[in-house]
Design a protein around this ligand. Structure first.
Ligand code: FE
Length: 304
């Protein structure tokens, strides 16, 4: 018979003490969260009869996960980041908020402070010329009534042909494939870049180690990340995932959603094959000034 003690007053009080609930210092909010984590962890250990070996393997795993900076990757791979989107969608539905371009996960690879330009930008540094397919990306940003939004900021970032991102891949130049484009009077943005490649988790990393044990791959389809913002409108975090990619609907991070699939059209411009992608965005009205801002999640900062 399974032995259980986590429900007893002695153990409950012990975890209250460990969570700092018997003192007046610290953060009441964090105390509540830690108490819950301790209680739930204890129940899980009892219910699933977690062995000591399993427990200490998990502790070692957390050390290695943090050591490799992959915690943000694991929460995407386990679907927790997508769950936050589903939860926000449900809250929006209950509040009667809807419409516009769907949100989807940010992922862990944004870097703040990309170069900012009016109307258009070239995003790539030319280092993959001859290898990469040139991509012309453009579209408009609209408000809830379909009116073009001039002066909106389109902050976009994507991987190179090897599926890696500048800053995290130190072999790339600073801010390669990262730009902020302010929309023109017609709400239009235009970028010249290169077609990104999909990518996977590091095969030697702790995230893939976990996915292997779950019998899952760690691959993402080719995609382009966006923050879209404009004064008075709700901040949008989203992505375009590229049609035709074998992982489009088999994304390990669950970021692909209806309404977020981009069709790349290839044409010959006389000097070679180029890709064209048109994608428009529609923002919701902001309910308050906080809604105009992206989340305050800790992010990487480029060191110049
Ligand atoms: Fe990405």
């Amino acid at each position: 018979m399974t032995v259980k003690i986590s429900h007893t007053p002695e153990v409950q009080q012990f975890f209250e003490e460990a969570a700092g609930l018997h003192n007046d210092n610290g953060s009441p909010r964090l105390k509540r969260i830690v108490q819950r984590v301790l209680q739930d962890a204890a129940r899980l250990i009892e219910d699933l009869e977690i062995s000591e070996d399993e427990f200490w393997h998990a502790v070692d795993y957390l050390n290695r996960l943090g050591g490799r900076g992959e915690a943000g990757l694991l929460v995407a791979g386990l679907g927790l980041e997508h769950f936050l989107d589903l939860l926000q969608d449900a809250k929006d539905a209950q509040a009667g908020l809807g419409g516009g371009t769907p949100r989807t996960i940010e992922g862990p690879l944004y870097v703040a402070g990309a170069p900012i330009t009016e109307g258009e930008a070239r995003m790539d540094d030319g280092s993959e010329e001859g290898v990469a397919t040139v991509m012309f990306l453009e579209g408009q940003v609209f408000g809830p009534q379909g009116q073009p939004l001039a002066g909106a900021t389109v902050d976009l970032w994507h991987a190179n042909t090897r599926g890696t991102y500048s800053f995290f891949d130190q072999s790339q130049s600073a801010y390669n494939l990262r730009r902020r484009i302010v929309t023109d009077a017609q709400g239009r943005y235009r970028a010249r870049s290169i077609v990104p490649s999909g990518y996977g988790c590091d095969p030697q990393g702790p995230t893939q180690e976990c996915l292997d044990l779950l019998g899952r791959h760690g691959q993402r389809p080719a995609h382009i990340h966006f923050f879209i913002s404009a004064p008075g409108y709700r901040h949008l975090t989203t992505q375009i995932n590229l049609a035709g990619d074998r992982y489009l609907w088999d994304d390990f991070a669950y970021a692909t959603r209806e309404g977020l699939v981009g069709e790349v059209v290839l044409r010959d411009d006389g000097q070679g094959r180029v890709a064209e992608l048109t994608f428009d965005f529609q923002l919701q009205q902001a309910q308050d000034s906080e809604a105009e801002q992206r989340s305050a999640r800790p992010r990487a900062l480029q060191q110049d």
